[in-house]
Design a protein around this ligand. Structure first.
Ligand code: DP6
Length: 399
């Protein structure tokens, strides 16, 4: 990028991820170093993604940030940590000398970021957001190295959104965090039959954010300490093997147990934290009745710091389970938009299944279902018409 150019710009997209071995608790809150390793599935960006444009210009007078079209605080410590780290790496790469062709590191920057899903839906927007911010900044400054360590400084779970497919965040041992990185366990093509259903049950904001919640857990929960020291190391090895073997029974069982243990640590926190709601618990019971009816694990649930359920299933189960959810939680108004994302075929439920699995319906409890699958890591957007900032460096007016 020529320093003479008035404006340099780069746009990237980044995915959401859902952990099947959960991260909960930091040993260093400033560097965002976790007390245990974690493992997640990156979700496809066709359904859930963040898009971020980063621009630098000698004409900008201050750093500025817009989130979903509204100006936000660019001084946020986590945004600043990412900016500082990317600039530090860019400086290091240039070996201290000022390369005439390189973008000046002293230029102020403008950043615009948008989600293609409602932030209020409680879906993990910070992971995609920081992964996208770091990817766009890296492109702007011409960095090519692996940057999960920088994304981690924005939000712990964001480091896992720097890769597609199945991703491990290894806790690392070093106090400076240089070995606390994300690593791809398997690419998104590894398990072609795996599908994901996000059951959106509430658009409300979480009662306790994950950053504050996990810190209280670290300070007060003996169960969390046991989990991090004893349970997770064993489970992580098992989960990697289930993924390598594409063993849905093992994968699903362990994903459910790990989600349950995470929520148990929340209950063991003092004062306790409740992320699951009655609707979440209905979904959990429904999944267990459905699996019991079939005699093996056909669906597996996982819940993060909120009430929405993420369901894993194989392709041959999706249509039937979606019908089970539709009958259990009949849509209140949006019947035609109840299932979104990838197409879902129709299924007729056998009477034995209806008798064994369905109970009294709870109308309107599930707002909608989003059907998706594992997907790739951050992508560069080549088409300049897709930039979120215009030639003046300000957000383009949104149609
Ligand atoms: C329950 O990554 O949002 O989703 O590092 O403080 O930003 P910070 O927390 P965050 O926590 C995610 C917690 C979780 C589990 C997981 O994604 O592993």
């Amino acid at each position: 990028m020529a320093a003479e150019r008035a404006l340099a710009m780069a746009t990237c997209t980044a995915p959401v991820n859902i952990a099947v071995i959960k991260y909960w608790g930091k040993r260093d809150t400033d560097l965002i170093l976790p007390i245990n390793s974690s493992l997640s599935v990156t979700l496809h960006q066709d359904q859930l993604k963040t898009t971020t444009t980063a621009a630098a210009s000698r004409d900008f007078t201050e750093d500025r940030l817009w989130l979903n079209g509204k100006e936000a605080d660019v001084g946020h410590p986590r945004v600043q940590a990412c900016l500082r780290e990317v600039r530090r790496l860019a400086r290091k790469r240039r070996g201290g000398g000022e390369d005439a062709a390189a973008l000046s590191l002293s230029y102020k920057i403008h950043i615009a970021s948008e989600n293609n899903f409602p932030t209020a839906a409680g879906l993990a927007s910070s992971a995609a957001g920081y992964a996208c911010l770091v990817s766009a900044l890296a492109r702007l400054y011409g960095l090519e190295e692996e940057l999960s360590e920088v994304a981690r400084r924005g939000s712990g779970s964001a480091c896992r959104s720097m890769f597609g497919g199945f991703v491990q965040w290894q806790r690392g041992e070093r106090p400076d965090g240089t070995d606390s990185l994300a690593l791809q366990v398997a690419p998104e093509t590894h398990w072609p039959e795996l599908r994901v259903l996000v059951l959106v049950v509430s658009g409300e904001k979480k009662p306790v954010g994950s950053t504050a919640g996990m810190q209280t857990s670290v300070e007060t929960s003996p169960l969390l300490k046991h989990r991090a020291e004893v349970v997770v190391p064993e489970r992580l090895a098992q989960m990697m093997q289930h993924i390598r073997d594409r063993d849905f029974e093992g994968f699903g069982q362990l994903a459910m147990r790990d989600s349950n243990q995470f929520h148990a640590t929340c209950l063991d926190t003092f004062p306790p934290i409740f992320y699951l709601t009655d609707v979440s618990r209905h979904i959990i019971a429904l999944a267990h009745r459905y699996n019991a009816h079939h005699g093996h694990t056909k669906v597996a649930y996982s819940f993060d710091a909120g009430p929405n359920a993420v369901i894993f299933a194989l392709t041959d189960t999706v249509a039937e389970f979606v019908e089970v959810v539709r009958r259990s939680f009949p849509p209140a108004t949006n019947g035609d938009q109840f299932v979104r994302g990838m197409p879902v075929g129709s299924a007729v439920l056998p009477p034995e299944l209806v008798a064994a699995v369905l109970t009294e319906p709870v109308p309107g409890a599930v707002q909608y279902i989003l059907h998706t699958k594992p997907g790739p890591g951050p992508q560069l957007v080549d088409d300049p018409s897709q930039h979120l900032l215009g030639p003046d460096g300000l957000p383009r007016s949104r149609a």
